[in-house]
Each structure stands twice: as C-alpha cells, then as structure tokens.
Design a protein around this ligand. Sequence first.
Ligand SMILES: Cc1cc2nc3c(=O)[nH]c(=O)nc-3n(C[C@H](O)[C@H](O)[C@H](O)COP(=O)(O)OP(=O)(O)OC[C@H]3O[C@@H](n4cnc5c(N)ncnc54)[C@H](O)[C@@H]3O)c2cc1C
Length: 301
Amino acid sequence: MEESLKKKMLELVGNNIRFDFPMSRYSTIRAGGPVDAFFVAENQYLLKKMLAFLKEKNVPYIVIGRCSNILVTDRGFKGVAIVLGKGFSWIEQQSENHVCAGAGLNISGLIEFCKNRGLMGLEFLCGIPGSVGGAVSMNAGAYGKEIGEMLVELELINSSGNTETLRKDDLVFEYRRALIPTGSIITKASFHVNKTNPGDVSKRIYFLLEKRKKEQPLDKPSCGSIFKNPPGNYAGKLIEDAGLKGFRFGDALISPKHANFILNTGSAKAGDILRLIDFIKEKVRDRTGIELECEIKIIGD
Ligand SMILES: Cc1cc2nc3c(=O)[nH]c(=O)nc-3n(C[C@H](O)[C@H](O)[C@H](O)COP(=O)(O)OP(=O)(O)OC[C@H]3O[C@@H](n4cnc5c(N)ncnc54)[C@H](O)[C@@H]3O)c2cc1C
C-alpha cells in the first residue's frame, strides 16, 4: 500500500489502524500472512468514514470477526481488514423473547448473557469462538441448529455506506452461508429466545461444552471444521476413512481426534495448511469421487 494512502488513513482514524499486520497474530489458527492494514472500527461513525474513503480510493476491504473461519495466505491480502471494536460489542434484551447484540460481540458474550437471564434457544452456539457478525454471515450451527433459524432481523451497512435493516424473510440462509449483499457489514442482529430459568440454560450449556471437549481437539489452534459436510456424509469420516488422521505437513496436522480439524502444532504457515487441504481433497476424491468443499474462507493472493 502506498505511503500516501497510509498517511491519509492515519489522519482519518488515528491509532485504530496498523499496517502490514500479520494475521497469524489474530487468527484462531495462529497462521496467516499480512493484511495491508488492520483497522478496528470503534464505532459506526469511524466505520462509515473509513468505508467512504476506501470506496473513493478504490481500496479492497474485508470484514473480519474473530478470524476463526478465515485463513489468510502467506502472501497476504492487499487491502484493509476491518474489525468491529468496542462500540459494536453490546447486548440487550429487547423483550421477553428477543435479544439484540452488536455484531462485534463474541458468541461467548451472547451465551453468557442468555445464561444469566434464563433465555433459551441460542445455547447450541456455545463453544464457537466467533463474533455475532461472523456467526450470522457464516450461518454458524451445531447439533442440528443454525443461527439463521433464530434470527429476527439484522442491521448492516451496505457497500454504498447506507444503513439497512433486513428481516429474516428478506434473507436466504444456506449451509454455512447467509446471502447478504456483497460488500456489506453486519452491525447488529436480534434473535428469538424463550424465557426459562437460568439453571436449565446453564445445564444445557454445560452439557454441550462437555460434548465439544470430548469430540473436538480444543487444545491446539485451529479454525474449526475445514470442510463442509457433503450431502448425506461427514467430511471428518471421509478423511478418517482415507487413513489421513495424524498426517502432517510441517506444523500443520490433521487432528488424530477429529479428522476435519487441521491443527497448528507450532509455527505452521498458511502454505502448510493449504497444502494439507489440497492433499486431503485429492485423497478423498481418488477414494470416493467426492469433492470436498472448504468451509473456511481463504483470503489473499
Ligand atoms: C474450535 C472451533 C470450533 C468451531 N465450531 C464451529 C461450530 O460448531 N459451528 C460453526 O458453524 N462454526 C464453528 N467454527 C467456525 C467459526 O468459529 C464460525 O464460522 C464463526 O461463526 C466465525 O465467526 P468469526 O467472527 O470468527 O468470523 P470470521 O472467521 O472472522 O469471518 C467469517 C466470515 O464472516 C464474515 N464476517 C465476519 N464478520 C462480519 C460482519 N460483521 N459482517 C459481515 N460479514 C462478516 C467474514 O468476512 C468471513 O467471510 C469453529 C471454529 C473453531 C476454531
């Protein structure tokens, strides 16, 4: 990125921006190359100001939540990564059956709030290390439920910089994908919940977290499931049946516990992970004819 652009961005948003930022420092898999700029938007005003500037200068951008489902290539992303900061990390109960949260809030914050108030319905999300915006954008799900089912409405800033409210019926949710207008940034979302007593919600959360601990390798950095489950099948089972559990390139390891997880066991590069992904796809394709599709988003050159 040109120095003159960097200077203008600094003038625009002050210290909330870092340049040539290695995404390995932020991503849950602790791997990934640099982005030209990493901008934490503390509020709507700064976000809109930055979006208008990027549009005027024709600079590409991507919005990032907790980077728990994104892998940035080692060569990196030539553009700005936008993260929603404190001004987007709030939550409130709107009525007995509705909660509304800023898109920058961690899923753990959403779950904790619901637990304390005895609001049931979203606990299937517990243990997902993402943000509310990332979870909605990915239509995150577990144990047969998806966040899109619980959505009431969301607010976003579209690529022209205007705020829009979309109700659930205006949106299409697919397996690990919400179809939201290209280039838009979700800023808040509200969800259906059911009032019950906090003890019941706590018990359900405890049960689901224990189940996760048993089934998933949570002791090493990862981005969760790498591949989508093909119709009528499980990616993890296909990888395991191909004999690939425990296979590694460099420090990128196919988890011996859950074959759809690639773990960073030290200082894996994005390149090691991508090589492993290609290798898995090839082996599963050769063996079964099934083409595995990545669930994670791969960003960069
Ligand atoms: C240990 C582990 C377990 C996991 N378990 C699950 C699971 O059970 N179920 C599941 O579905 N996923 C799971 N994941 C994957 C991941 O946590 C989810 O997909 C999560 O919802 C991603 O949220 P994020 O904030 O990290 O988004 P990111 O990874 O940062 O981004 C993902 C996508 O969302 C977009 N995005 C992010 N924020 C916004 C926004 N505000 N507006 C518009 N678009 C946005 C990004 O541009 C990108 O396309 C797991 C990951 C890990 C590491």
